[in-house]
Design a protein around this ligand. Structure first.
Ligand SMILES: NC(=O)c1ncn([C@@H]2O[C@H](COP(=O)(O)O)[C@@H](O)[C@H]2O)c1NC=O
Length: 525
């Protein structure tokens, strides 16, 4: 197929972010490309000794209104929009010389609105008008014009230009789509910002119009089930320690369920930043969680909670993974996915013996997570909420039982509470000595979750007596407490807030249990 390469004779460069600018302009000059440029960009290029024509010289119209008008001129837009073989005559008639390459990036609106105490006026002055207008014009006319909106793309374009003398149609098309995505994201940010601010400049939590852009990261073999097609999209700059940031080191391609489960495992393991921790997830639920003095022991304890469910599980760790952990995992079980912030080279050599095992590196886990939003598609709409990043200090929680918890019980309750947050509701988690003893997940009644936690502990040969129990939401009846007491639970952590709290506290007192109320619920659906 013909490449339909278009040579570049004239370029317009107008950039706020001047990264790689010298390299680009030097490259273009060497290839004999004439450069037009706006005020600040032209000044910088002149200082570097590059020959440029100021845009105001070309338009014969001054830049004005503090930069609100620079390139908004028919000689610029005609030069970008004029079609080869269609508009040649009219261009000549009006002294319009075609621009073949447009290099633009926009006023830093996103960075401006992220600043503390920014005013509406400052935000508005950082809305770029001329830049998006040119990007849209050039992208529409990518049949002739090449458009660059990202300094990371300069080098590849220069390579193609110097090697082949022009840019292929395929690449102009890719760059045009990228440029429209760039302006779409930019306008989305502006619309979100303006529609979340009222006339007294108070920021509302949720904009009237909501636009968010995600970028295609990979095709997935299929979705939750083989008859569902699926792909993975990520944010612009995903934070370290997230699935959006993570990269795969080895193994079979990641599936939709792998990514969802690895995310669940990562979320849970991040709760334990003080000690080496391991979380094993199966079908989005932790089936074993433990902390210990090193990752190998943490893994062994997590595995011991429910070895049956751990088969084919997704394992997350909160520290650099050693060869010893890798060997122990391979001895003990078949795993689908391992995710950790980093790996020792020796650990990777061990995993390399299992070619299919998916090994993912997520980068450092940040200590404090900034607030962010969660989205869930429902038919005909989108649910948006704050991510559940809150975690109470259990030591400050209210003791509601007659008996106060022992130090050991408090520690176990704190651990169980962190795990319960990441178990699907209704969640019941039994914990002793920094190890999950039984997990009851995703049941329609709380008492059944409690029974399941006991059954799981029994199946694994773990002793419940003396364990603490966490419940993600209040107990609506005393039956859950009675069932737990029967199993040997001595301490209970739960949000409280039921109309039958008194009856529930009385049940705890009758069984001589310690009970604390967190005042915070952690439903996870
Ligand atoms: N108003 C205009 O005609 C106009 N044309 C280009 N710009 C922007 O001006 C910036 C570059 O300005 P300078 O070269 O003066 O540093 C770029 O981000 C570009 O998108 C404009 N500024 C804002 O709209």
């Amino acid at each position: 197929m013909a490449q339909n390469r278009v040579p570049i004779r004239r370029a317009l460069i107008s950039v706020s972010d001047k990264t790689n600018l010298d390299m680009l302009a030097n490259g273009l000059s060497r290839l004999g490309v004439e450069i037009l440029s706006t005020g600040g960009t032209a000044k910088m290029l002149e200082q570097s000794g590059i020959l440029v024509t100021e845009i105001s010289q070309y338009t014969e119209f001054p830049e004005m209104m503090d930069g609100r008008i620079k390139t908004l001129h028919p000689r610029v837009h005609g030069a970008l929009l004029g079609r080869n073989g269609v508009d040649d005559e009219v261009m000549a008639q009006h002294g319009i010389e075609g621009i073949d390459l447009l290099v633009v990036n926009l006023y830093p609106f996103e960075a401006t609105i992220k600043q503390q105490g920014v005013t509406l006026e400052q935000a508005i002055e950082n809305i770029d008008i001329g830049g998006p207008a040119m990007i849209r014009a050039a992208s529409k006319n990518h049949d002739r014009v090449t458009v660059l909106v990202n300094p990371e793309d300069y080098e590849e374009m220069l390579d193609e230009l110097s090697t082949y003398g022009g840019i292929s149609h395929a690449n102009r098309h890719i760059l045009a789509a990228k440029a429209f995505a760039h302006t779409a994201r930019y306008d989305g940010l502006i619309a979100n910002y303006l529609s979340a601010i009222n006339d007294t400049e108070e920021q509302e939590d949720f904009p009237r119009y909501f636009t968010k852009q995600f970028n295609h990261r990979s095709e997935l073999r299929y979705g939750e089930n083989p008859h569902q097609k699926a792909a993975f999209y990520t944010e612009q700059n995903p934070a370290s320690g997230t699935m959006g940031h993570a990269w795969q080191i080895q193994g079979k391609a990641l599936s939709y369920n792998n990514i969802a489960d690895a995310d669940a495992a990562l979320s849970c393991v991040k709760e334990f930043n003080d000690l080496p921790a391991c979380v094993i997830v199966k079908h989005a639920n932790p089936c074993g969680v433990a902390t210990e003095s090193n990752l190998t022991l943490a893994y062994l304890k997590a595995f011991a909670t429910d070895p049956t469910s751990a088969f084919g599980g997704v394992l997350a760790f909160n520290q650099k993974l050693t060869a010893q952990v890798a060997e122990t995992i391979l001895e003990k079980q078949f795993a689908e996915v391992i995710v950790a912030p980093a790996y020792e080279d020796e650990a990777l050599k061990v995993f390399a013996t299992k070619k299919n095992l998916r090994v993912i590196c997520c980068g450092d886990l940040p200590e404090h997570t900034k607030p962010w939003k969660m989205y869930k598609r429902v038919s005909g709409g989108l649910l948006v909420q704050d991510a559940d990043i809150e975690m109470i200090d259990v030591a400050q929680a209210e003791v509601v039982s007659k008996r106060t918890p022992t130090t050991q019980e408090l520690t176990d309750m704190a651990f169980a509470w962190k795990v319960a947050k990441w178990v699907k509701s209704n969640a019941i988690v039994y914990v002793k000595d920094a190890q999950t003893i039984g997990v009851g997940a995703g049941q329609m009644s709380r008492v059944v979750s409690a029974r399941i936690a006991s059954i799981k502990a029994d199946d694994a040969g773990l002793k419940v007596p003396g364990s603490a129990m966490a419940s993600d939401a209040f107990f609506p009846f005393r039956d859950g407490i009675d069932a737990a007491a029967q199993a040997g639970i001595t301490a209970v952590i739960q949000p409280g807030g039921s109309i039958r709290d008194e009856e529930v506290i009385q049940a705890a007192d009758e069984h001589d249990m310690a009970m604390i109320f967190t005042g915070m619920r952690h439903f996870n659906h």
